[in-house]
Design a protein around this ligand. Sequence first.
Ligand code: 1CP
Length: 343
Amino acid sequence: MMTKLLLRALAGETLPTPPIWMMRQAGRYLPEYRATRAKAGDFLSLCYNPELAAEVTLQPIRRFGFDAAILFADILLVPQALGADLWFVTGEGPRLSTITDAAGVDALKPAETVHETLAPIYETVRILSRELPRDTTLIGFAGAPWTVATYMVAGRGTPDQGPAHAFKDADRAAFTALIQRITEATILYLSAQIDAGAEVVKLFDSWAGSLKGQDFDDFALAPTAQIIAALKERHPEVPIIAFPRQAGERYIEFAKATGADAVALDNSVDADWAAAHVQPGGCVQGNLDPRHMVTGGDDLVREAQHITRTFAKGPHIFNLGHGITPDADPDNVARMIDAVRSV
Ligand code: 1CP
């Protein structure tokens, strides 16, 4: 019998208490994470060190008893595996070599070679699938192609994804080839995570909200649907969560159009609207504003319980609408979990 709460919600079951986990639950707001990271050296060394990456994945499980653990890695490891240079500037964020034209896309490595770089990540997954508590579900992940492409084109995070839009508008065929290369690499990467023991996978399309109309169809929906179809063919039993952040109205069609088992709602989405229009299409995840993890208090409890009650009539996974921030107070995380479980 299937007992893990996260898997039951993803199978469409309406539960008395939703499973809970949190985006970026392993991270800088936790003193034990900061200590392990200091031991690893820099962020990328931590990602590629299976023992230490497994350790930081387990830290929030030990401290809070979440229903799911998410593999510790980063969406930008796939560009690196495809041949991009990647480094992290302390206090600023990731930097990559840029790709701005067809020649840059052609120079990328073939998708089949990504395992050479990503093998340590599969080892992290294997360690976790041995060491996690029996009731905790292991989530693997990757960035969705559009979001990954925005970093590969600009070489960094951008407020409006301007460089990726400029490339797409200047040479749609070359940009489509870039999306296709990332799509193929992502299928191989996620499939290997599943072979290593990931029980669920999630696709992070953090910048989906800047795509409109046909661009949303071509670069958010279509590649996500292609990845999901390929994974379902190889691993029909593994549920997939899609996170088309800031997709707005387009959340309504997203699960059906892509084959995702659940959609993760960002915190700009009104819970009552999503319960009426998105949840009838399947399981939803979300969507507490991460700022409550900083400010706490009665507002945190009220809002966490409002979300829990609003989604109680259908399958729901409690989560934040985006990642927890480094200035969050760990005590507020415990308060949030108590609030949800006492509804
Ligand atoms: O200094 C540090 O220790 C690094 C901070 C950090 C962490 C903890 C980065 C750099 N990545 C991560 C881990 C991470 N990233 C996980 C691990 C699992 C967990 O959730 O606990 C996951 C799932 C991600 C995914 C990720 N990386 C996304 C998608 C989700 C989102 O937040 O929108 C994105 C956009 C990235 C890129 C990235 N990596 C790191 C940073 C600071 C960024 C954002 C850069 C930017 O846009 O400027």
